[in-house]
Design a protein around this ligand. Structure first.
Ligand SMILES: Cc1cc2nc3c(=O)[nH]c(=O)nc-3n(C[C@H](O)[C@H](O)[C@H](O)COP(=O)(O)O)c2cc1C
Length: 159
C-alpha cells in the first residue's frame, strides 16, 4: 500500500465539507440512513450526483435493493442527527421527523435541502461503492446555515 490509510483520512479531513444523511429503503418497507460527506455533484446535463457508501455499512444492501436514495443536507442545528446516523444499529428513525419522498426514501424534517435520486450507475471502488443518482425530486427547504465537517470535527460558518 503506497500511503497509510489513517494518514490519508487525516489529509482528506482538510477538505471541508457539508454533512448529509443519505437515506434509502430496502423495497420491503424497512428504512435505512447513514451520515455521509462523500457526496458530490457530477453532471448538469443530465443532473447527476454521487455518494460513496461503505460496503460494511448496515445500510449498504438497501441501496442495491431499491436503487433509490435521498441526500438530506444538514443544517447547523442538526449535529445530533449527524451523530445519530453515524452509528450503526437500532432504529435510527425513532424520534426523527421525516416523510416518505416520491421514491420512498425518507426526507428528514428541518434539512437545508434534499435531493431524492434513482441510481443510474454504480462503481466498485475499494471498500466503498460509488452510487451515481439522477434526482427525481428535490427542494431547498431552509435558509439556515449548514453543518460543516473539517479535520474530523463539526464546525459551523461562524466558528
Ligand atoms: C462526518 C461523517 C461523514 C461520513 N461519511 C461517510 C460516507 O460518505 N460514506 C460512508 O459510507 N460512511 C460515512 N460515514 C460513516 C457512517 O456514517 C457510519 O459508518 C454509519 O455507522 C453507517 O451506518 P449503518 O451501518 O447503519 O449503515 C461518515 C461519518 C461521519 C461522522
Amino acid at each position: 500500500m503506497a500511503v497509510d490509510p489513517q494518514e490519508f483520512r487525516g489529509v482528506m479531513g482538510h477538505f471541508a465539507t457539508g454533512v448529509t444523511v443519505i437515506t434509502t429503503h430496502d423495497g420491503n418497507g424497512q428504512l435505512f440512513g447513514l451520515t455521509a460527506n462523500a457526496v458530490s455533484s457530477v453532471s448538469l446535463s443530465p443532473p447527476l450526483l454521487l455518494c460513496c457508501v461503505d460496503k460494511k455499512a448496515e445500510s449498504y444492501a438497501a441501496f442495491g435493493a431499491s436503487k433509490i436514495f435521498a441526500v438530506n443536507i444538514l443544517s447547523n442545528e442538526q449535529e445530533v442527527l449527524s451523530r445519530k446516523f453515524s452509528k450503526s444499529g437500532g432504529d435510527k428513525f425513532e424520534g426523527v421527523g421525516y416523510r416518505a419522498g416520491k421514491g420512498g426514501a425518507p426526507v428528514l424534517n428541518g434539512v437545508l435541502a434534499h435531493l431524492e435520486c434513482e441510481v443510474r450507475y454504480d462503481f466498485d471502488a475499494g471498500d466503498h461503492t460509488i452510487y451515481v443518482g439522477e434526482p427525481i425530486d428535490m427542494a431547498m427547504d431552509q435558509e439556515t446555515d449548514p453543518l460543516l465537517y473539517f479535520r474530523g470535527g463539526y464546525r459551523n460558518l461562524r466558528a
